[in-house]
Design a binder for this molecule. Structure first.
Ligand SMILES: [Zn+2]
Ligand SMILES: [Zn+2]
Length: 435
């Protein structure tokens, strides 16, 4: 036995430990999370009508002495398994707002709704790739005025998205745009309501008595380091998704209201005015072909698990910019944007906090309150479902509906304790992936 490799011996030792069975159960329940959180503490479930304690739990009774829970990180680059759960939840959240389900009636599918992409303007020509009609790569020739490069870039060319002429590229403009993108979105939503009120010929202040515009959106980083928003916009009656908006208002009307609102939305800064890029893509959401509710939900769910990594930047806040050249994977373009964040932070101090995000400090996915359910509700439902299953398999009766749980918890650590545990967790992840 002693001639087994060391790591194999460690794997065997971990599996032979008395807490292994329970430990593996916890890792499985956490979906094989890469950086799980170790907790100690206790909780009790109380009947809210009688005050009776129905169940108690204490990590001191666990063979491991602690409880493992998933890290819950949404980003696939951080934790693949938690990101998959996040994407699934986002898919259901978006889909229920389009096709019904989870407290949203199916009649919502008949409401005017569109899928719109809001882009950033150009801050100078960047290396780009496009295909001719017969599938050949065209020479790099951005539509912007200015320098061209004429190379035929491969799909994975790291130059794609980088400025052709860094000396004339407006890096300050680019990071200021990212920094104010969430504000520009807000201005857009105000203008959209204005347009809709005009269309219905009602005063703006009375729009809510006739119609509501609900949305869900996600941010996407392009390789040029600028943020795009992909948004679902839906019209409801005054009482929310259960009510149809005023008769006669169509997806076409919504499209033209969005177009006008997006074209006129601006954020004025000293010395420059920020607006959306010329490219505004609006498509009706259908139930059969093209951009169906499923396809739109899948698309949004995919971007919800991404960060700024596509833009070649770093994944953590920066305390200074002295050693940017030592950071592996940082592209020259992203580096210039980070430096621009630092330079502009004299006027916009928060730009330093978001330099690693190339200026953008907004949320990756947001939605209006009445779009559909919330991620919190979806998660709670899943936790309740699991708890019910666990009680069932333990032969315990289901808990009544009117219960509350009280607990005190303390984080004692994150990640796995040994390489052997990491290897076992990886194995559990692979088994899950295989279905
Ligand atoms: Zn995780
Ligand atoms: Zn080029």
């Amino acid at each position: 036995m002693t001639d087994l490799p060391r790591w194999m011996q460690h794997l065997g030792e971990r599996a032979a430990a008395p807490d292994f069975h329970r430990w593996r159960e916890m890792v499985t329940a956490a979906g094989g999370c890469t950086h799980p959180i170790r907790l100690v503490g206790s909780s009790s479930t109380v009947d809210t009508t009688t005050g009776e304690v129905l169940a108690t739990y204490d990590t001191a009774d666990e063979p491991t002495g602690y409880l493992l829970t998933a890290c819950g990180n949404r980003r696939a680059s951080r934790c693949e398994s938690c990101a998959r759960v996040y994407a699934d939840d986002t898919f259901h959240l978006i889909r229920s707002g389009l096709a019904g389900g989870r407290d949203v009636p199916e009649s919502v599918a008949a409401h005017p709704r569109v899928f719109a992409t809001f882009t950033a303007p150009s801050f100078g020509p960047v290396h780009s790739r496009s295909l001719s009609r017969d599938g050949r790569t065209r020479p790099c020739h951005p539509r912007d005025n200015g320098p061209t490069c004429l190379s035929r870039h491969q799909e994975d060319d790291p130059k794609l998205g980088q400025a052709i002429d860094p000396d004339t590229y407006d890096y300050a403009g680019a990071v200021l745009w990212n920094h104010h993108a969430a504000e520009l979105w807000h201005v857009f939503t105000v203008y959209l309501r204005r347009q809709l009120a005009e269309h219905l010929a009602v005063p703006r202040s009375k729009l809510n008595d006739h119609l509501r515009a609900e949305y869900a959106k996600v941010a996407e980083y392009q390789s040029r380091g600028l943020v795009h928003f992909h948004a679902v916009v839906r019209l409801d009656g005054p009482n929310g998704p259960a009510e149809h908006p005023p008769f006669g208002i169509t997806a076409d009307d919504l499209t033209s209201a969005i177009t006008t609102a997006a074209r006129s939305a601006t954020v004025a800064l000293p010395g420059r005015t920020l607006r959306w890029g010329k490219q505004l893509d609006i498509r009706p959401i259908t139930t059969d072909a093209g951009w169906t509710d499923k396809r739109v939900a899948r698309y949004i769910a995919k971007y919800a698990t991404k960060g700024a990594e596509a833009a070649g930047t770093v994944n953590r806040p920066l305390r200074n910019i002295q050693h940017l050249d030592r950071i592996r994977g940082l592209t020259p373009h992203a580096r210039r944007m980070i430096e621009a964040c630092w330079a502009e932070s004299t006027h916009y101090p928060r730009l330093r906090d978001w330099a690693h995000m190339l200026g953008y400090g907004g949320h990756f996915s947001t939605k209006s309150r009445r779009y559909s359910t919330t991620l919190t509700t979806i998660r709670r439902d899943r936790a309740d479902h699991r708890a019910t299953q666990a009680r069932d398999s333990a032969g315990l009766p289901p808990l009544p509906d009117h219960t509350d749980r009280f607990g005190t918890w303390q984080v004692i650590g994150t990640g796995y304790k040994t390489t052997a545990e990491e290897t076992w967790a990886e194995h559990i992840r692979e088994q899950r992936r295989a279905g």
